[in-house]
Structures are given as structure tokens and as C-alpha cells.
Design a protein around this ligand. Structure first.
Ligand SMILES: [Zn+2]
Length: 64
């Protein structure tokens, strides 16, 4: 489990590992993609799978 501040519902939510749809290694940890309880697709970075909360990715995401 870990906490994540959802950018859609603006709440700090507790996420379960089973909500994770994808995990990708990045320079500063693991980038996890998951679905918030509100239904929004979210992405965050964990130091590792035992980390207690996500943080924003350091690398800039390409703007649409
Ligand atoms: Zn949400």
C-alpha cells in the first residue's frame, strides 16, 4: 500500500498494489501507473515497492 495525491479528485488516497497496472524502472525509482478510487489514471514514482507514498516524477513529461 502507498498513498498518492490524486490530480483528478485532489485527495490523498491510499492505493493498493492490486490497483497498479504498470511498473517501469526510472532513474530515481519505480514509476507506477494505477487507477485511483475516483477512476482516474494516475502515475507516480516510488523509491521501491515498500515506499509509503508516491512523489512526482523528476523528469518532465512531454506537454501535449
Ligand atoms: Zn482520484
Amino acid at each position: 500500500m502507498f498513498t498518492h495525491h490524486c490530480t483528478a479528485c485532489e485527495r490523498r488516497q491510499l492505493m493498493f498494489v492490486r490497483q497498479i497496472s504498470d511498473v517501469a524502472p526510472v532513474a530515481d525509482g519505480l514509476e507506477v501507473s494505477f487507477t485511483c478510487w475516483c477512476g482516474a489514471e494516475q502515475t507516480g514514482v516510488l523509491d521501491d515497492l515498500t515506499a509509503g507514498s508516491t512523489r512526482a516524477p523528476q523528469r518532465a513529461l512531454a506537454a501535449a
